[in-house]
Design a protein around this ligand. Structure first.
Ligand code: ZN
Length: 402
């Protein structure tokens, strides 16, 4: 199938960060040509008064939990987890599939083309990913054996899932040890071994709350990142979600090992985690920062436009400095930085890249006025997911506004 997007304002996110007017021709899942294109296509999209931008990449989610929206608002993390676990006790595989469908529909509707997930029974999430045509980096959640209700051992289940989906066009399997308070040294190192054996990424929650840091220090004498480094877990395969409570020493450790950050500002603020991820210091030390929604239970939606805005505002406020973030930096987090973290040939609109593209309707009042100069500002600060008119993944239209 071929698609021609005519006369759009293209936010390329190429190395020069060009914003230019032109056409985009998509063929066989890839961006074939950009500029003034004169070819016949199977489908033509009118780009007039529209923005074409790279699809957004959400690096932290638990998508099956979408059906639990609103069950744990305005309560502390202990009560939050109690309510979630209560629902999960009676959850079926069909619930996981249905919840995933719901969440994926919302992501496509709001311009996300790729997401990273962590949950049990990712085979059900994979089924939903294939049905809907989104790109999923799916991590089977792993905890210590005595904590699990899954049949079989979690690491074995995770490895079987990786073997099953290795090489799939839309599903990229990875392994997801949950956190330092649910995974001991043996589980973490076994997860690492599986990731190395099958050349996959690893995702894990790190230093989300101050309590996690204090409890871990009481248990081991070390802060979570120091301990993860000591046991040899950290590497450039690791995407650490949250990382709110870090010292400068830990940032330097993470940076030296090439660990990627998934920043989840909306979830962190809603759960009242306090403070803020030390973004300026992470960037000064060369860390690759990306963005995630976390599940809808702590968000309560999956709109990455909203996450971009929250990320930008949180750090300005935290540092008493509006220069602490800027729109281009934030858009990079959700596109090129995330693509680099996932080693995915996407994140920018350039010839030869995967055709993961979002078309925004800039005729809507919240996107006006629109010029080349304010397009990125509009994307981060004024536009939201409901401006999305088309979402294209792998060269296929997977969402179209009625
Ligand atoms: Zn999470």
């Amino acid at each position: 199938m071929s698609i021609l997007i005519k006369n759009a304002l293209i936010v390329t996110q190429n190395s020069k960060r060009d914003v230019k007017e032109g056409d985009i021709y998509i063929e066989d899942g890839k961006i074939a040509e950009i500029g003034k294109v004169n070819v016949e296509a199977d489908f033509v999209i009118d780009g007039n008064k529209r923005i074409a931008m790279p699809g957004l990449i959400n690096t932290h989610n638990h998508v099956p939990m979408t059906f639990m929206r609103g069950i744990a608002d305005d309560v502390d993390l202990f009560e939050f987890l109690n309510r979630v676990w209560k629902v999960e006790e009676n959850m079926t595989k069909e619930d996981i599939y249905r919840g995933s469908l719901m969440g994926i529909e919302e992501m496509l509707r709001t311009g996300t083309t790729t997401f990273v997930d962590m949950y049990s029974y990712e085979d059900e999430v994979a089924r939903a990913v294939k049905d809907k045509g989104i790109r999923g980096f799916l991590g089977w959640a792993v905890v210590d054996e005595e904590l699990t209700t899954q049949g079989g051992t979690p690491v074995k289940n995770a490895e079987n899932f990786i073997k099953e989906y290795k090489g799939d066009e839309l599903v990229t399997p990875l392994i997801a040890p949950h956190a330092v308070y649910t995974c001991g040294e043996e589980t973490l190192l076994k997860s690492k071994e599986i990731a190395e054996k099958h050349h996959t990424l690893i995702t894990i929650h790190i230093a989300e709350t101050r309590k996690e840091v204090y409890d871990h220090r009481k248990k081991t004498g070390m802060r979570p990142v120091e301990w993860l480094d000591k046991i040899g877990f950290l590497s450039n395969r690791v995407i650490g979600a949250h990382m709110v409570w870090l010292t400068l020493h830990e940032i330097k450790l993470l940076s030296s090992k090439g660990v990627v950050a998934s920043h989840n500002p909306t979830s962190n603020m809603k759960l009242g985690n306090g403070g803020a991820m030390p973004l300026p210091e992470m960037l000064q030390n060369g860390m690759n920062v990306t963005l995630g929604t976390d599940s809808v239970v702590s968000n309560n939606n999956l709109d990455m436009f909203e996450v971009m805005k929250f990320a930008a505002l949180l750090h300005k406020n935290e540092r008493w400095d509006p220069r602490a973030t800027n729109a281009q930096m934030i858009l990079d987090f959700a596109t090129v930085n995330a693509a680099k973290a996932l080693k995915l040939n996407a994140g920018s609109i350039e010839e030869g890249k995967l055709a993961d593209i979002v078309i925004l309707d800039a005729r809507e009042p919240n996107a006006q006025p629109l010029t080349k100069d304010n397009a990125i500002s509009n994307i981060v600060y004024s536009i939201n997911g409901l401006n999305v008119e088309y979402t294209i993944v792998n060269g296929k239209i997977v969402y179209k506004k009625n």
